[in-house]
Write a protein of this length. Structure first.
Length: 117
């Protein structure tokens, strides 16, 4: 007896991103565009633009996580929902940590973004 084949759910996509606060630059792996449902032709998002990609209810949570990382040097970890171009929500797991310079001040923020659906 053979069992019917079922398709497995797609594997989560993970991408590393880094916002360099000293140089005001952004480095994204190519998969970050897929995770954030963003057209690569638009370029990477600045850290200030990132909350605008989320559903309004999740913006404060992301802002709290980023503020805790940048001001207090804490790691961040949470799931937020972004607005896709089609108008649907897509869950994204964000985890990361600030990078401190020699003087103990935050110089960049590194995050891993992973599709959470």
């Amino acid at each position: 007896m053979s069992l019917p084949l079922t398709s497995a759910p797609p594997a989560p996509t993970t991408a590393a991103v880094e916002w360099d606060l000293l140089r005001d630059t952004v480095r994204w792996e190519a998969d970050a565009y897929q995770v954030l449902a963003r057209d690569p032709g638009l370029g990477p998002l600045t850290l200030d633009q990132l909350p605008g990609q989320l559903v309004p209810q999740d913006r404060p949570a992301l802002c709290r996580m980023v503020t805790a990382a940048l001001v207090h040097g804490r790691p961040l970890d949470g799931v937020v929902r972004l607005l896709t171009p089609g108008g649907q929500d897509a869950a994204v797991h964000c985890s990361g940590r600030p990078v401190l310079g020699p003087d103990g001040q935050v110089v960049s923020l590194r995050m891993l973004l992973r599709t959470a659906d």
